[in-house]
Design a protein around this ligand. Sequence first.
Ligand SMILES: [Zn+2]
Length: 243
Amino acid sequence: MLELEPNVPNVGGLMYPVLVWDDREAVLVDAGLPGQGDRILELVSKEGVQPERLTKIIITHHDMDHIGSLAQITALAGSRQQELKVEVLSHEIEKPYIQGELMPIKFTPEMLEQLKKQLAELPQEHQKEFQAMFAANKPKVTGTVSHKLELQCCGGMTVIHTPGHTPGHICIYLKKFKTLIAGDALNADSGELMGPNPQHTYDMAKAKQSLTALADFDIQRILCYHGGVVAGDLNSKIKELSF
Ligand SMILES: [Zn+2]
C-alpha cells in the first residue's frame, strides 16, 4: 500500500494506491490526483520496485483522485523502458470516462462552479500549473477487464465488478494474500471498515448490493483507497454493511 498525501487543498486525507509484484510483473492499482506521477513512482521505488518494471496499471474507477496521474505515470514509466509498454486496464464502462470522452458521471454544474472557485483561490502560478496538468492528462485504457476475470500474475488477481460508486467500479481480490483491494467500494476510518460513502456514491442502493458479490471470497484484509488497511472478521462485517 503506497501512502500518498494529497497535493491540493480540500482533498482530505491520505490516498492508498496499491502496488503488487512478483518476479515477472509489477501492478499498480489507481493513480492519484493530477501532478502526482513523480511522487507515486518515488513511492514505488521506495518499495524496491524500479518504475520501469511496471507492467500494468489497473484503474478501479474514473474519479479524478484515481486517474489524475495515470497519463503522467504511463509516460514516465514507458519512456524508461524501451520495448515493454505499460498496460492500462479498467472495466469497459469506465473506459470512455477515464479517456475523457465522457464527462465524469458524478459531475454536476454545481461541482464545476465549486471547482472553478477553488481554482480561482489558488495563487496565479499554481492556477497555471493546475490547468496545464489537466490539459496534459489524456490517459489511454489499453485493455478492459470484466467480472470474475482472473489475471495470472502476482499470485492471481480476480476482478470483481462492484457497480455503485460509479457504474464500472471494480475491486481486485488478491488470491495469494486473501486481500481485497476495495477502491472506493468500501472505506476505512482508523482501522474500522465503513460502507460506501453516500456523499460520493453515484448509486447507493447498487453500491450496497455490490458488496454481496464479495461474499464469494475469503477476505482477511481489505485495502481501502481512502482510509487504508482493515483486518479481522471481514466477511461478516461486509455482509452487515450490505444492508
Ligand atoms: Zn476516491
